[in-house]
Design a protein around this ligand. Structure first.
Ligand code: FES
Ligand code: FES
Length: 176
């Protein structure tokens, strides 16, 4: 076969996703968002802009938020990947962040929500007592076309309270 028409070699890799080791056959330069959705069944990882502009595809790689739409899957072999599917406990209980998003009506169409949850999780794991501004900074790369952000910020602050941080915090006033 002519070298110009040869398909790039695929490789079998093992990815650690949500604590599970998953074997996947991937082509070079295959993007993490596609591998997570198609080979790993993590459909919480959303493809929005596909160009690093909306944050819908945010996952944690070794505890750091990464945009799966611009991350080659081959770059995260050996890393610990977490998606929103990891938030629910094995007995079906929702994470405090998920509960807070529901309670504070921080979800409308829900398309941005998995990315928001992962950005919020990364923040709370690093900073258990974030200020409102720190929450806003943490989700600055995550676009939401529905909620106006106030309820999302409130939910992340509320989750911080639930997780034991700063129980005296006052939540921001509800937007009208
Ligand atoms: S789909 Fe990745 S940033 Fe929009
Ligand atoms: S809830 Fe619809 S984009 Fe955020």
């Amino acid at each position: 076969m002519d070298a110009r028409t040869q398909k790039p070699a695929r490789q079998v890799v093992e990815l650690e996703v949500d604590g599970e080791t998953i074997e996947a056959t991937i082509a070079p330069h295959r993007l993490l968002v596609d591998v997570l959705r198609d080979a790993c069944g993590r459909t919480s990882v959303k493809e929005g802009c596909e160009s690093a502009s909306c944050g819908a595809c945010t996952v944690l790689v070794d505890d750091v938020p990464r945009l799966a739409c611009i991350t080659p899957a081959a770059d995260v072999i050996g890393s610990k990947i977490r998606t929103a599917e990891s938030l629910r406990s094995s007995d079906g209980r929702l994470h405090a962040l998920q509960e807070a998003f529901i309670h504070h009506h921080a979800v409308q169409c829900g398309f941005c929500t998995p990315g928001m949850l992962m950005a919020g999780l990364a923040l709370l794991e690093e900073n258990s007592r974030p200020t409102e501004q720190e929450v806003r900074d943490a989700i600055a790369g995550n676009l939401c076309r529905c909620t106006g952000y106030v309820r999302i910020v409130r939910a992340i602050l509320a989750a911080a309270q639930t997780l034991g941080a700063r129980p005296e915090r006052r939540l921001p006033e509800m937007a009208s």
